[in-house]
Structures are given as structure tokens and as C-alpha cells.
Design a protein around this ligand. Structure first.
Ligand code: FES
Length: 348
């Protein structure tokens, strides 16, 4: 069972017209459970219109600062984001799951790396925590951020980034792209293959980057994973996290039913499920309490191991080929393929 904790909102402020930052009070007794690595997220849980809604948000604060802050951008028709913007107030408490996530950067004092990150829109949030941590904890490391937005007014953390540039002029550099505004000192356009190639050849031809961190829409990540290979990127030094993932339809072959055996918290349950719906949905419908948060194949909370039978994933940008080969699945994306399937949440 995933532990949930009630945390009080101590600060709420607008970052832009459509984005806010929330900060939580952390009682001393919970500080250990809520320790995090830059890049990780927490999951907020709230009942809205009689339905429990969970949403994962990356922590944008630095762990060393002992602050737990997330940024929430208002999404058109977004039940949770609109509730957080319109109804949630300082002093309210909200249920929160402890930090998770594998998109991480853990700098130390001896680190001499030059990090490069690409972020689009609210994809900046985990990157903010990484930048703050590198600049404050690794005095010999450098960070270059390429940050894309439609215009300056909608750019989250614009002031914080300007402050960091002033404070660490030799170690932090920022390249801004705006797709709907021409501004001096910024580039016009999107982060895409042609603009990134041009940037890398023009500005960074003599710079060697050690690690790349990408956070934004799937299309941006797919392009950058390929383009960066021309500039020192490899499968081991390019790290990425999807924001705004695009839902995909189950395949046509997913028909019929399957007998699902689930091991969760040491207890085994067996029931029949439809092959055309994600395994996680079926497990939740049985009132079990599996780990999950985004339900979009983005966060990795819902991993389980297939111990018998076969499942296919609608989408997987998180698990490596070897993890898939050893039987791991994202249950929110997995459809049962065999007539009998056993999964184990406890053995991952
Ligand atoms: S719940 Fe987030 S990846 Fe499945």
C-alpha cells in the first residue's frame, strides 16, 4: 500500500498567469520519507467531484534547501490543475505521496561535469531542482539550459533563472527560445532538430557536455535523442522525462479476456480482466491499492513484474529493453496478451 501523508500548503504564488508554485510544510517526522533527489516528483491526491484524482508534479526546489515546492500549470479542462489554481489555499492540507522517479541528477562537491538540459514549457520544473542543486553543491560543475516557451510572459521561473545567471555567470548559461515572440538576446523558434543543430554548431562547437537532461513533450524528446548523438549524446548520458504524453489507443489485437493473478503487499488476488484495457485499471476496479500516479506512462510508479504469461505495453518510454526482457511492465500501459497472466508488484 502506498503511504499517503497530509501536508499543509504554506505558500502559493503565481509564476505566470497560468502557472503557480506551491510549497509544503514538512513536519520533522516526515522529512526522511520525503528526502528527494533533484528531478524526482511527488504525487498529490485529492477528491474532486467525488472522485480521487492523483497528479504527479516534479519538485522544483533543491533538496539541500529543505524545501518541498512544486509548480502547477493550469491545463485546459484539467480537473486537478484547475482545482489547485482556483480552490486550494495556503493553510489547506492535501494528501501527498513521497518522492519517486528515475529522472535524476545527484551532484556532489567533486563533480566537474558540464550538464546540458533542454526543457520546454512546464518541463522546466525538474530541471530547476537540478540547476539549483548543481550550482549550490558542485562548485566545479557547469550547467547550460536551453529553454523553450511561446513567449516571455508565459515562461515559468524566468526571474529565478535570471538571478541564477547573475549569481553564477561562469557556471550557468541560458539559451531561451520563443516560438511566438521576437526578443533581443533570445532565439526565435522551437527546440527542434534544425535549431538545436544550429545552436550546437554555432555556440557549442568546442564544448564537451557530459550529461544531457531532456524534459518536455514526446516529439521534442524523440528528436533530441537523435540529434544529440551528433554532439556526444549516447544512450547512457541522455536522460529524459516526458511531459504532456500523448495517449495512444489500444491495439486492435487486444480483444477477449484474461485471468489475472496479482501479488500486492504479500496478498494474491485472482480475477478476470478485459484484454483491451490497462491492467492497472482492472486492479483499481477491484479496490486493490497498487502504486500509481500519472496513469500516462510517464512516472514509473506503477511498475510490476510479469511472472507468468505475456503483456504488451501501449507505450513505454521509461523501462529499458533489458528491464522489459526481465518481465517488468508499466501496469498503466500494459494490456494482457495471454489468457492467463500473473503480475507481482512486490518483486520489482
Ligand atoms: S502510473 Fe505513471 S507510469 Fe504508470
Amino acid at each position: 500500500m502506498q503511504p499517503e501523508y497530509s501536508l499543509k500548503v504554506t505558500h502559493k504564488a503565481q509564476l505566470t498567469k497560468n502557472a503557480l508554485v506551491l510549497q509544503f510544510e514538512m513536519p520533522e517526522e516526515l522529512a526522511r520519507q520525503f528526502q528527494f533527489i533533484p528531478g524526482q516528483y511527488i504525487t498529490l491526491v485529492q477528491e474532486i467531484n467525488s472522485q480521487e484524482i492523483r497528479r504527479s508534479y516534479s519538485l522544483c526546489s533543491a533538496p539541500r534547501a529543505q524545501e518541498w515546492a512544486v509548480a502547477i500549470k493550469r491545463v485546459d479542462q484539467g480537473v486537478f490543475s484547475n482545482w489547485a489554481h482556483d480552490k486550494l489555499s495556503v493553510g489547506d492540507t492535501i494528501k501527498v505521496l513521497p518522492p519517486e522517479g528515475r529522472f535524476i541528477l545527484q551532484p556532489d562537491a567533486a563533480d566537474q561535469s558540464h550538464y546540458m538540459a533542454f526543457a520546454a514549457g512546464s518541463g522546466i520544473t525538474p530541471i530547476m531542482s537540478m540547476i539549483r542543486s548543481v550550482l549550490t553543491q558542485a562548485p566545479h560543475a557547469k550547467f547550460t539550459l536551453v529553454y523553450g516557451n511561446q513567449n516571455k510572459a508565459e515562461t515559468m521561473f524566468a526571474e529565478d533563472l535570471a538571478d541564477l545567471k547573475n549569481t553564477y555567470p561562469d557556471r550557468f548559461s541560458l539559451v531561451s527560445f520563443y516560438s511566438r515572440e521576437t526578443l533581443e538576446g533570445a532565439r526565435f523558434g522551437r527546440i527542434e532538430a534544425s535549431t538545436v543543430r544550429h545552436l550546437m554548431k554555432q555556440e557549442y562547437a568546442d564544448t564537451k557536455f557530459d550529461q544531457f537532461f531532456l524534459c518536455g513533450p514526446e516529439a521534442m524528446i524523440v528528436v533530441l535523442k537523435e540529434v544529440l548523438q551528433e554532439f556526444g549524446g549516447t544512450s547512457t548520458n541522455i536522460h529524459y522525462e516526458l511531459f504532456f504524453s500523448v495517449a495512444q489507443e489500444p491495439t486492435e489485437s487486444a480483444q477477449g479476456q484474461s485471468t489475472l493473478r496479482v501479488v500486492l503487499d504479500g496478498v494474491t488476488d485472482t480475477f478476470v480482466i478485459n484484454k483491451d484495457a490497462p491492467i492497472l485499471d482492472a486492479v483499481l476496479a477491484k479496490d486493490l491499492d497498487p502504486p500509481y500516479s500519472c496513469q500516462g506512462g510517464v512516472c514509473s510508479s506503477c511498475i510490476a513484474r510479469v511472472t507468468e504469461g505475456k503483456a504488451t505495453m501501449i507505450k513505454n518510454q521509461i523501462l529499458t529493453d533489458s528491464e522489459v526482457a526481465e518481465g517488468l511492465i508499466l501496469t498503466c500501459q500494459a494490456l494482457a496478451e495471454s489468457d492467463v497472466i500473473s503480475i507481482d508488484y512486490d518483486n520489482v
